[in-house]
Structure formats: C-alpha cells, structure tokens
Design a protein around this ligand. Structure first.
Ligand SMILES: N[C@@H](CCC(=O)N[C@@H](CS)C(=O)NCC(=O)O)C(=O)O
Length: 221
C-alpha cells in the first residue's frame, strides 16, 4: 500500500508550494516513493479525526501502514533513513546531513517564520517599519551565515542530501510572492543560486506540480 500524505484541501499559499507538505512531497519524489494524498479542509484541521493523526491539528501528516508521523522534519528524516537517495553512505557524512536538517528547522526557519507572521499580522500597525527592520536583520544574519558556509559548493556537504532539501525549502519561504517585501534572498546571490539549483531538480518540479494540482482542483470544486 502506498503511504498517505495529508495536505491542505485549499492551501492559503495559492499553490505556490510554500506549505510544509511541499518538503515531504519533494523528499518522496527524491527517493522515488509513490504516495497518495488526503486533503483536509482548513475548517476540519482541529477536529478529532485529524487530531488523531496530528496532535496540533496541522499539516503535513504521513501514514505508512500502522505508522503515523507528523512534523515535516521527522517525516523527511524517516524517508531519508528508510530509502536510498537522501543520505550519504558514509556514517559521518550522514550525521552531518542530519545536522543541516535540524539547522534548517531550528536555527534558520524560526526568524523567517517570525518575520512572515509579522508581515501578515501587523502590517497596519504604526510601529510596523521599525520592527520590520529588526526582523529583517535577524533573517539576514542567518542568511549570511549559511551563505558563508556554503561558499562555492553546490550543496552543504558535497552531495545533495535531506539537509539541503530542508534548507532550500526553508529559504524558499522568503520567495513567497503573496508576502510584501520578500526580496531578502536576493541580497545573498550564493543562496539565491543554491535555491535555484534545488528548484531545478526533477523531483522538486514533480513535487511542486503535485501540490499545485491540488490547489487548482480546489478552485474548480
Ligand atoms: N513544525 C511543523 C509545522 C506545521 C505547520 O505549521 N503547518 C501549517 C501549514 S505549513 C499548518 O498546518 N497551519 C494550519 C494551522 O496551524 O492551523 C512541521 O514542520 O510540520
């Protein structure tokens, strides 16, 4: 039986691939794992049926036989550890790839998400501009650090790994066209090119098309 990925029935990102099911779709495509999709309407996320899969009532969730997982990072790691394609063979290199998965989620994503929430929720407040400068600078600090580490390399640790997949997915949030002033990534050409390399991967394209299709179908319904 194919694993089942739960995604938004009608993603607020308008099919731009910013929702967190995209990173799991990409991981599934990279390891060549077929999957089915279950869509959940926003209004039903917090109902008991979905909470049985996800204690916080969010997407994505992932079911594989008796195993139900939530947290996009945990799902991506599960896929990387259980199928070839997203972790190097060498033991130390594997651990380094996993470090980058955590770094993407625990160190780089939080300031990006904080800024994103601010752009959406507080854009009409009188203090908006002043605090935005502070939040922009916090993101810039992280981007400068990842950029310095990456340097001239194509990928963080030599070959493409689940660490790159997650880092690129986190950085892509800065390109969300539905948010104003999202040009921070362009200030770091090394990272902009890194993201482009990720987006050029055939597995990324298949994943992107998959989530877009769900959004387009939601608009027809
Ligand atoms: N840390 C979680 C975050 C999951 C999350 O916030 N998902 C968003 C979509 S990208 C969601 O379901 N939002 C709806 C809500 O919180 O009600 C992960 O990486 O899976």
């Amino acid at each position: 039986m194919k694993p089942i990925l739960t995604v938004f029935a009608d993603s607020p990102d308008g099919g731009q691939g910013v929702a967190r099911d995209m990173r799991v779709r990409w991981a599934l495509e990279e390891v060549g794992q077929d999957y089915d999709v279950r869509t959940v309407p926003f209004a039903k996320l917090k109902e008991s049926e979905h909470r049985a899969r996800h204690p916080f009532g969010k997407i994505p969730t992932y079911e594989e036989g008796e195993l139900t997982l939530f947290e996009s990072g945990a799902i991506a790691l599960h896929l990387a550890e259980s199928r070839p394609g997203l972790l190097p063979g060498d033991a130390e290199a594997r651990e380094r790839a996993i470090v980058w998965l955590f770094a993407a989620l625990n160190t780089v994503e939080p300031p990006i998400i904080e800024r994103e929430g601010y752009l959406i929720m507080e854009k009409d407040k009188p203090y908006f501009r002043d605090r935005l400068t502070l939040l922009d600078d916090r993101v810039r600090e992280r981007l400068a650090e990842v950029s310095a580490f990456l340097g001239e390399r194509d990928w963080l640790e030599g070959e493409f790994t689940v660490g790159d997949l997650m880092m690129i997915e986190v950085l892509i949030r800065l390109k969300d066209p539905t948010l104003p002033g999202t040009s921070l990534l362009e200030e770091f050409p090394t990272l902009a090119r890194y993201v482009e390399r990720g987006e050029a991967r055939p597995a990324f394209k298949r994943a992107f098309d998959g989530q877009r299709q769900v959004f387009l179908e939601s608009q027809e319904a």
